[in-house]
Ligand binder design. Sequence first.
Ligand SMILES: NC(=O)c1ccc[n+]([C@@H]2O[C@H](COP(=O)([O-])OP(=O)(O)OC[C@H]3O[C@@H](n4cnc5c(N)ncnc54)[C@H](OP(=O)(O)O)[C@@H]3O)[C@@H](O)[C@H]2O)c1
Length: 357
Amino acid sequence: MSQRIPVAVLGATGTVGQKFVRLLAEHPWFEVAAVAASSASAGRTYAEATRWREPVPMPPEIGRLTVQECVPPSPGPIVFSALEAEVAGPIEQAFAASGAIVVTNTRTHRMDPDVPLLIPEVNEDHLSLVDCQQQSRGWEGAILANPNCSTAALALALAPLHRAFTIERLFVSTMQAISGAGYPGVASLDIVGNVIPFIAGEEEKIELESRKILGTLASGAIESSDFSLSVHANRVPVVDGHMATVSVELRRKADVAQAIEALRAFRGSPRVCQLPSSPIPPIEVDERIDRPQSRLDADRGAGMAVSVGRVRPCPVLDLRMVVLGHNTVRGAAGQAVQIAELLVADGRVDRAAGRSR
Ligand SMILES: NC(=O)c1ccc[n+]([C@@H]2O[C@H](COP(=O)([O-])OP(=O)(O)OC[C@H]3O[C@@H](n4cnc5c(N)ncnc54)[C@H](OP(=O)(O)O)[C@@H]3O)[C@@H](O)[C@H]2O)c1
């Protein structure tokens, strides 16, 4: 691609927004042309407005941009949203109505029947929901959503098992990092040396979103998978990386070796494998007895690979395993960028740019 595609980042000053800025600064296809946040940040340079938390220097060319208010038009066909969920709905809709393709990390539109909730390796075919959305809403642009940060890793790890053996029931306990709560997030006095067995709305999101992602598209609508899922969500004193311990019952029985083979062999379609942000393999099975671990394994595949370990028999259901994913990369900005790459590969960004010219 000779010229990079201009993109905007909404909520660019926050935890996920900063991850977007870091990932996009060196992206081969995209270039950050606008950063936007609340009116408290608008009008200042990005460097002045942002409490930069990434462990690499802020890209200087982005630090010099002036933070905008979150109002259309966007300088290019793609808008990434990392907005506070409470304010995201009308803002994202306004950008979509103005002709932009919005790839959002917020929960607001994820369960809308006409919004694709995408993990490119898993449900690339759900992308065609965008056509129904544009028709029914009369938009030139569109909204596509990223799953919740725990769901992104969990549903990717479940996909090969569901495809090969069909999941009937599962129990999931999460151990979620502090960065999942944004900045400044959970007060240090609440989380240091502590575990908090509650994250508002999280269990419901994981249950609903996993079934939608692993559901089937027929006649322009998603039919969610019908497995039953019980989730316990916990906040733990870890900086990055959401872990989940999983017990799963399968319709067609599989032993440990068959499950590991399915997980290791799993790949997206050939065109998804060729996207710049796609890790190969998307799932890394680690058979060491005490892995994966949050600090040691969350960055695998530049944060885009999901680690699975401790695959073993379960005395209550069929199999047990541990799943780990990076919550702000695979669970947020990295996967949103991968979705935008898929939109480019599908020819949808050219069409959006053509309409807005
Ligand atoms: N953290 C994660 O691991 C993660 C993972 C997946 C999804 N998400 C979702 O991604 C979104 C962002 O999360 P985060 O963790 O990055 O949160 P955050 O650190 O609190 O950042 C929130 C961002 O929203 C902006 N904002 C707040 N109120 C606004 C308003 N009225 N108008 C315009 N912008 C406004 C903030 O701008 P100012 O700096 O100007 O206030 C900031 O840029 C949330 O919806 C969250 O649920 C987070």
